[in-house]
Design a protein around this ligand. Structure first.
Ligand SMILES: Cc1ncc(COP(=O)(O)O)c(C=O)c1O
Length: 359
C-alpha cells in the first residue's frame, strides 16, 4: 500500500541499507547478502550459476524433489554434478560427504538442500559438513529455502559459503524475493567464473556499494520483507527457533497419537515441514479437500514419487499454537468423517501437552 519510490533515489537507499543489515542478522553473517527479485529457485540458480563453468565438479546429495532439482541445475551451466543418492525419508550425512570428497578429486563445491521440503527431512550435521568442506577446500552451497529463519542455521559459524533462501516460507513475506549470502572464499570462485546476466553477483556487489540493485527491484515486496524482518528481530532468533521446534514436535505428537505415521525417519525429521504417510485406504486428495472446504485448512499433497502416498503440513513463519491445534483438530474430525478414526481428542491432547513448552 505504500507509494512506489524511485529505486535510484535516497528513500530507496535508506530502505535498502536497513534491509541488508536485517538480512545479515537473520543469516547470522558478516559476509555479503543480496536480495534478488525472484522466487527461491532464482537464488539457487544464482548460487550455482556464479560458481560453475564447463566441467566444474559439484557434489550433490539427492534425497527428494528439490535436491534432485539442485543436482540437475548444475548441468545447465556446463558443470559436472556428482550425485550422492540417499533414500527418501533419510538425510545425507557428513560421513557420506567426506567419503565422496575422498573418492573424487577437484570437487569445487558441495551443494546441499538443508531441509528437503518434499520429504520433510532436515540435514542434521550441516555444521560438520561445513568443517569437512573447509578441510577439502570445497565451497559449501546450501539451499535453505524451507528452513532459514525457522531453524538454527548460523551461516558464518557453520562455514556456509553461499546460502540461498526464498522469503515466502519461514520469513513470512509474500512470494517474489530471494536472498543469498556470499562468503569471502566464494568470491574468489565467483570472480573466475563466466556468469549469468540477471543473477550476476559481481554486478549486484558493484551496485550495492551505491545502495542500489542492478535491475528494478520488486519494491513493494521490499517493504513487506522489511516489516517481516522487524517482526523477526522483535521475537528474537532463539525464541523463534524454539517456537518452530515446539510446534513441529506438537504436530508429530498429534499425528502419531492418532495412529498416523510420519514419512521422515524420526532422527532427521524437519522442524518446518511435517510429511505424513497417507492412512491406509484414504486418498490424501479426499482428506485435503475436506480440510480445505469444511475447516479452511490447507495442507499440501506429496511431491514426485510420493504423490498420492503422503501429505505435508507446513509449520513455519508465524505458526503458533492456534494453527497447530486447529490443524490437528480438523484432521481428527476429517479422519472420523472418512471412517478411518473412531474417536476424537487424542491427537489434540498430545499436541497440546507439547505446546505447553511455549510457555
Ligand atoms: C528446498 C526448496 N528448494 C527450492 C524451492 C523452490 O522455491 P521457489 O518455488 O520459491 O522457486 C523450494 C520450494 O518449495 C524448496 O522448498
Amino acid at each position: 500500500m505504500k507509494p512506489i519510490i524511485n529505486h535510484r533515489g535516497p528513500e530507496f537507499r535508506d530502505l535498502y541499507r536497513g534491509l541488508i543489515e536485517k538480512v545479515k542478522f537473520v543469516f547470522q553473517t558478516k559476509g555479503d547478502v543480496f536480495i534478488l527479485s525472484s522466487s527461491g529457485t532464482g537464488a539457487v540458480e544464482c548460487a550455482i550459476g556464479n560458481i560453475t563453468s564447463t566441467g566444474t565438479k559439484i557434489l550433490v546429495p539427492t534425497y527428494g524433489v528439490f535436491s534432485k532439482r539442485l543436482h540437475d541445475s548444475v548441468a545447465t551451466f556446463g558443470g559436472k554434478a556428482i550425485e550422492i543418492p540417499v533414500e527418501w525419508g533419510d538425510a545425507p550425512t557428513s560421513h557420506q560427504i567426506e567419503e565422496a570428497l575422498q573418492r573424487e578429486k577437484d570437487i569445487a563445491a558441495v551443494a546441499i538442500v538443508s531441509n528437503e521440503t518434499s520429504t520433510g527431512v532436515r540435514v542434521k550435521d550441516l555444521e560438520v559438513i561445513g568443517k569437512i568442506c573447509a578441510d577439502y577446500g570445497s565451497l559449501l552451497i546450501v539451499d535453505a529455502i524451507s528452513n532459514l529463519g525457522g531453524d538454527y542455521l548460523p551461516v558464518d559459524e557453520w562455514g556456509i559459503d553461499i546460502c540461498a533462501t526464498g522469503v515466502q516460507k519461514c520469513l513470512m513475506t509474500p512470494p517474489g524475493l530471494a536472498l543469498v549470502s556470499i562468503s569471502e572464499k566464494a568470491w574468489d570462485k565467483i570472480k573466475e567464473t563466466r556468469r549469468s546476466c540477471y543473477f550476476d553477483l559481481q554486478a549486484y556487489k558493484r551496485y550495492q556499494a551505491e545502495l542500489e540493485t542492478p535491475y528494478t527491484p520488486a519494491l513493494n515486496l521490499y517493504y513487506a520483507l522489511n516489516e517481516a524482518l522487524d517482526m523477526i528481530r522483535e521475537e528474537g532468533l532463539e525464541r523463534r527457533f524454539k517456537r518452530h521446534k515446539v510446534c513441529a514436535n506438537a504436530i508429530y505428537a498429534g499425528i502419531e497419537s492418532m495412529g498416523l505415521i510420519g514419512f521422515a525417519k524420526p532422527e532427521v525429521r524437519s522442524n518446518t515441514v511435517i510429511a505424513v504417510k497417507n492412512p491406509a485406504g484414504i486418498a490424501d486428495k479426499e482428506l485435503r479437500d475436506i480440510l480445505r472446504e469444511k475447516y479452511r485448512i490447507i495442507i499440501a499433497g506429496g511431491m514426485g514419487k510420493l504423490k498420492g502416498s503422503t501429505f505435508r503440513i507446513g509449520s513455519m513463519g508465524s505458526v503458533s499454537r492456534f494453527e497447530v491445534l486447529a490443524t490437528i483438530s480438523a484432521l481428527e474430525y476429517t479422519l472420523l468423517e472418512l471412517g478411518w478414526a473412531s474417536d476424537l481428542g487424542t491427537g489434540l491432547e498430545a499436541a497440546g501437552r507439547i505446546l505447553a513448552q511455549l510457555g
